[in-house]
Write a protein that binds this ligand. Structure first.
Ligand SMILES: Cc1cc2nc3c(=O)[nH]c(=O)nc-3n(C[C@H](O)[C@H](O)[C@H](O)COP(=O)(O)O)c2cc1C
Length: 230
């Protein structure tokens, strides 16, 4: 009985953490204490992986490293320089494209940016490269020779990191936008040759007064899941 009650409260708090996690695009400047970052990283590394290979490297930029990277990546982007490790050629079709457009519309609406205001849309987009003012950015690398299976492992690790942060009162935003300048990131960390950058992630304490942080995007559970018994 006691176990059952404990299980119910665990399930409730887990659901709460999952539902509270959103992609936050505005942060307060206060840094996350190093002990909390280390705790969240340790929990992230509890993620499962094929044969327990743990094919990931999470490089966290804080302080001066964070500031240098924000400046260097923003400058490179403004100059039109991009050299991602993985081709950026994703084209969505059908219902995935509909969801992509709906998410973009909802984001700009939440940010108070009218559809026709291209300059404001671009400015909002460029905030990606300043980590949405977050005090930290994490960069997710795969080892040489990694493929789709290892990418799946990396995704599980990243989601565990985000849920750990949420459970501690922090927020995050996973960002493909932060994968476009891997050489700048590699130069800041002691990363062995051949490791490839898949995506980055801003994180910190969310700004509760920012309208953009009120965005709660829907999920199409019915269309995205299937259960069969016979
Ligand atoms: C791998 C990955 C890459 C993403 N890249 C970006 C990005 O570059 N910029 C951004 O603002 N959001 C990015 N997102 C956030 C998605 O837009 C967001 O997860 C999605 O719209 C669902 O919203 P939610 O996270 O608030 O639930 C990314 C998410 C994932 C999982």
């Amino acid at each position: 009985m006691q176990n059952c009650e404990a299980g119910e409260s665990l399930a409730a708090s887990f659901a709460d953490v999952v539902e509270r996690r959103i992609s936050s695009r505005a942060y307060l400047p206060d840094p996350v204490p190093r002990a909390d970052i280390e705790r969240a990283l340790a929990l992230a590394c509890r993620a499962p992986s094929n044969c327990n290979t743990q094919p990931w490297l999470i490089a966290v930029a804080s302080g001066a490293v964070r500031d240098r990277l924000a400046a260097a990546i923003s400058d490179a982007m403004s100059a039109g320089r991009m050299k991602p490790d993985f081709p950026y050629d994703g084209r969505y079709e059908g219902v995935q494209q509909e969801r992509q457009f709906a998410a973009a519309e909802a984001l700009y609406r939440a940010a108070g940016i009218p559809r026709e205001d291209k300059a404001a849309r671009m400015a909002q987009f460029m905030r990606n490269y300043r980590f949405f003012d977050a005090p930290h950015a994490a960069f997710y690398f795969l080892p040489p020779g990694a493929g789709t299976r290892e990418a799946a492992d990396l995704g599980m690790c990243a989601q565990t990191f985000m849920l750990a942060l949420t459970s501690m009162g922090y927020a995050s935003c996973p960002q493909t936008a932060l994968s476009f300048h891997p050489d700048l990131v590699r130069a800041e960390f002691d990363i062995e040759p051949g490791w490839q950058l898949v995506f980055g992630m801003s994180f910190g304490r969310p700004d509760p007064s920012a309208a953009v942080n009120s965005l709660q995007l829907p999920r199409d559970v019915g269309a995205c899941t299937r259960i069969r018994e016979t």
